[in-house]
Write a new protein. Structure first.
Length: 142
């Protein structure tokens, strides 16, 4: 790639490569990066459950995409869903014990993949990289 390539194009290339690598690495758990992200989002919630709407917002995905992700991990037995007792139109999702185990295994894979990706950077560069990414993300939050 041309050394004057825009940051946007470089970030896009990095993101595409990282997503491909993670999806390949997570395949042994029968998970995709998006599915692992959904599991993690639910587990990180204060009561370890989220509504469909909350998950859409947390994952920054459309309702149809979020529903597809949840449907697939529910079929695998990693999450369960039930209606809100106060409003049957609201669907709540929680992670099953097997889902928690798979999510923990996925986290280990993600950490290992991140180590591999950042291995060409010194520790201080890795720290700086994280700081810069967070700074950019904070500036674009809406």
């Amino acid at each position: 790639m041309h050394e004057d390539a825009s940051c946007i194009l470089l970030i896009r290339r990095l993101q595409a490569h990282l997503e491909k690598q993670l999806n390949n690495d997570l395949q042994k758990l029968d998970l995709t990066m998006s599915q692992a992200g959904g599991l993690a989002a639910i587990l990180e919630a204060p009561d370890k459950q989220l509504t469909l709407k909350q998950l859409e917002k947390k994952m920054e995905l459309s309702q149809s995409v979020t529903t597809g992700i949840l449907s697939r991990i529910e079929q695998k037995g990693y999450v369960k869903s039930y209606g809100d007792p106060n409003d049957r139109r609201i669907k709540i999702f929680s992670v099953t014990p097997i889902g928690e185990k798979v999510c923990d295994d996925a986290r280990k894979i993600i950490v290992q993949t991140e180590k591999q990706f950042l291995s060409s950077l010194a520790k201080s560069e890795q720290d700086d990289f994280r700081i810069l990414i967070k700074k950019i993300l904070q500036s674009i939050q809406y």
